[in-house]
Design a protein around this ligand. Structure first.
Ligand code: ATP
Length: 234
């Protein structure tokens, strides 16, 4: 890689309610298999298109910060959480990417990291077609959510028709990410972990342990702040 030109940067948005080990594996395996120079976690403030998070943004941010503290190549961007303070307007990924593009300049390859379940719903996102001009999208496999492999096969109806068209036109490989700032869709396989924040919240609300599903610093945080004790959060 050209030293003067930083490699692709992964941008990993999510509700992280709470962050769990599948999130960390997704970020780490993306970094390794897509040749990313780093991964920036971006906890959502007020996520659009879903119920309000169980846990306030400041706690979700604190858990992400504790989980990635000291891990090389991982960072956290608090912008979306701070923007949501005292403001209930929904945050859209397209605006997040616009901010990140301004921050990193026009040339830096940016790679939005999402799971197959999120990708399948992409057509419902605000101004979703604008995403492709702002970043690449790398789609991680997730148990229970179809995504055709290997790259080069047709998407065959796993998502909506308009998204299929984009998927088939833009599908690329890891090596394509460094070659342009944005525009490719790159599926990649990660270790299958059937873990969801929803199921973790359910366990905690039922008085069961989340140990080994979330990193230890996140478990400590949940316990010390008594989070997720009820089905609605805290
Ligand atoms: P919830 O159950 O509350 O919807 P979640 O576990 O899906 O939460 P999010 O914070 O919504 O977690 O996910 C952030 C991103 O991580 C999304 O793009 C999602 O697809 C991806 N992701 C989450 N869990 C997994 C998993 N087990 N395997 C692959 N991708 C995942």
């Amino acid at each position: 890689m050209n030293e003067a030109r930083p490699g692709p940067l992964g941008l990993f948005g999510g509700t992280f309610d709470p962050l769990h080990i599948a999130h960390l594996r997704l970020a780490l395996e993306a970094r390794e298999s897509l040749g990313l120079s780093g991964v920036c976690f971006i906890p959502a403030g007020n996520p659009a298109l879903r119920d309000a998070p169980a846990c306030p943004a400041a706690h979700r941010l604190a858990m992400v910060e504790r989980a990635v503290a000291g891990l090389p190549g991982f960072s956290v961007d608090a912008t979306e959480v701070l923007a949501a303070e005292g403001n209930s307007a929904p945050g859209y990924t397209v605006d997040t990417l616009q901010r990140q593009r301004r921050l990193h300049g026009e040339e830096r390859p940016l790679v939005l990291l999402i799971g197959a379940d999120a990708f399948a719903r992409l057509e419902s996102w605000q101004r979703w077609r604008d995403l492709f001009a702002l970043a690449h999208i790398a789609v991680a496999t997730r148990p229970g959510h179809a995504l055709k492999f290997p790259a080069g096969t047709q998407a065959a109806g796993a998502h909506g028709a308009a998204l299929d068209v984009e998927f088939n036109a833009r599908q690329g490989k890891a090596a394509d990410l460094a070659a342009a700032p944005a525009g490719r869709i790159v599926p990649f396989a990660i270790t299958a972990l059937e873990i969801s924040a929803t199921a973790i919240r359910g366990r905690l609300a039922a008085g069961l342990s989340a140990r080994y599903l979330v990193p230890d610093p996140v478990l400590d945080y949940i316990e010390s702040h008594q989070l997720y004790r009820t089905p609605h959060g805290h």
